[in-house]
Design a protein around this ligand. Structure first.
Ligand SMILES: Cc1cc2nc3c(=O)[nH]c(=O)nc-3n(C[C@H](O)[C@H](O)[C@H](O)COP(=O)(O)OP(=O)(O)OC[C@H]3O[C@@H](n4cnc5c(N)ncnc54)[C@H](O)[C@@H]3O)c2cc1C
Length: 382
């Protein structure tokens, strides 16, 4: 015998949990979230959890700005008994090449036009913001105090707990093996914990978006890419903003506990499901981060790990219902910035599934844009 649910969400990362909570908040509580592992055990729990509205495309700026406005009140909104640790300490993004600097001038103009309070800084002004920053060869930086970082485990759990209180069922360690379609509409999910008759299915499977799409015969152009990250021992608080460089492929933040978390986006990284880590990554970090932030060479490494980016062809998410199968929705392809978009995506997907007008027009993020050749590539990614 099968169980029933109105909506099945595949994926218990921050995206799946945010969608489930928003569905319940908007009145649809007959929702079940499946994760083949534990909550936040995919990319979410492995991420840097930086949150920024300094983007290069209008859509990403709008999504991120709205998300940050929501992060500012998320503890209260979700009635979370702990703290998601959202700290707005800013992002300082460094320009080391002429091309980058020209792009940053355009970015700041766009961001300011949308109400994002970012600004261009000279190398000297950047050093006033981060006194241990070495500015040799730097042309300038952009800075925005609205940006910050958060705790990805707490955030996911805050969403999951709030969703459960509203009636959502969360089934960890249950894998969705197949999704059945009848007359062009999803009807059933087949899981390791039994079958469910459903009216809608949400693909929030992160780096596994493509195999989940294949269950209903839809080709989703998202692939996994390994990204390494490390954490140091804690020290006294010396750095407020996240320091980031696109041309050097690095980001580095000091967490509220004093540890530094930093990562490198290797352009030649593996594009499969391997999440092993390498010695080479540590050498690369020494070669790329220490010339910019030399004082960090005094810290000892505590741990390194890696996780998967879920890359789409234009580095922007794919959101909404598939044109091919009714009732099959996607919130995938976040390309390394899905954590920060979770609050707004949760709300927008719930509105879409419940057939309400969306509070932001996301029609340009549909799956069809790739076939139509209407991609706008996000330039500001690590
Ligand atoms: C090193 C690193 C650093 C990052 N830094 C940042 C950052 O600073 N800021 C930012 O915004 N983003 C960052 N990201 C990206 C961010 O982690 C992701 O975009 C985000 O977590 C995506 O969330 P998700 O819920 O879609 O995916 P996930 O967290 O991966 O969740 C998907 C879940 O689906 C489950 N699943 C898959 N298939 C099935 C199935 N068949 N049945 C049941 N369950 C299934 C998986 O077990 C997984 O838990 C980073 C990522 C990495 C790897």
């Amino acid at each position: 015998m099968s169980s029933t649910a109105k909506v099945a969400v595949i994926g218990g990362g921050v995206i799946g949990c945010a969608i489930a909570y928003n569905l319940a908040k908007q009145g649809c509580t007959d929702v079940v979230v499946f994760d083949k592992g534990y909550l936040a055990g995919g990319s979410t729990g492995r991420c840097g959890a930086g949150v920024r509205c300094q983007w290069g495309t209008e859509m990403n700026c709008r999504l991120a700005l709205e998300s940050i406005n929501m992060f500012e009140h998320l503890n209260e909104e979700l009635g979370y008994e702990y703290d998601i640790e959202f700290k707005q300490k800013g992002y300082l993004i460094l320009a080391h090449t002429e091309k980058e600097w020209e792009q940053f001038k355009k970015n700041v103009k766009l961001q300011n036009s949308l109400g994002i309070p970012s600004k261009l800084l000279s190398p000297e002004e950047a050093r006033e913001t981060v006194p241990h920053l070495r500015t040799d060869g730097m042309l300038g930086a952009t800075y925005c105090t609205k940006d910050g970082h958060c705790n990805p485990h707490h955030t996911t759990w805050a969403y999951a707990r709030a969703a459960k209180r509203l009636g959502v069922k969360v089934r960890s360690f249950v894998e969705v093996k197949d999704v059945r379609v009848k007359n062009g509409r999803v009807t059933r999910v087949i899981t390791t914990g039994g079958d469910y008759d459903v009216e809608a299915v949400v693909n929030a499977a992160g780096a596994w978006a493509k195999p989940v799409g294949e269950m209903v015969g839809v080709d989703i152009p998202v692939y996994p890419e390994r990204h390494h990250i490390l954490v140091t021992e804690p020290c006294s608080m010396i750095q407020d903003p996240m320091v980031m460089s696109f041309s050097k492929h690095i980001y580095c933040q000091q967490t509220p506990h004093g540890s530094f978390v930093m990562g490198y986006g290797d352009p030649n990284e593996r594009k499969d499901y391997d999440v092993g880590h390498t010695w080479q990554f540590l050498e690369t970090m020494v070669d790329t981060v220490l010339p910019v932030l030399p004082i960090l060479g005094e810290l000892r490494l505590v741990r390194q790990w890696s996780g998967l980016y879920e890359i789409s062809p234009d580095a922007q998410p794919i959101l909404g219902e598939t044109p091919q199968v009714d009732g099959f929705y996607m919130a995938v392809g976040f390309s390394g910035h899905g954590f920060m978009l979770a609050p707004v995506v949760g709300k927008l997907l719930a509105e879409t599934i419940l057939d309400k007008p969306t509070s932001l027009d996301i029609s340009m993020l549909d799956l069809g844009r790739f076939e139509r050749g209407e991609m706008i590539r996000e330039p500001s990614v690590v």
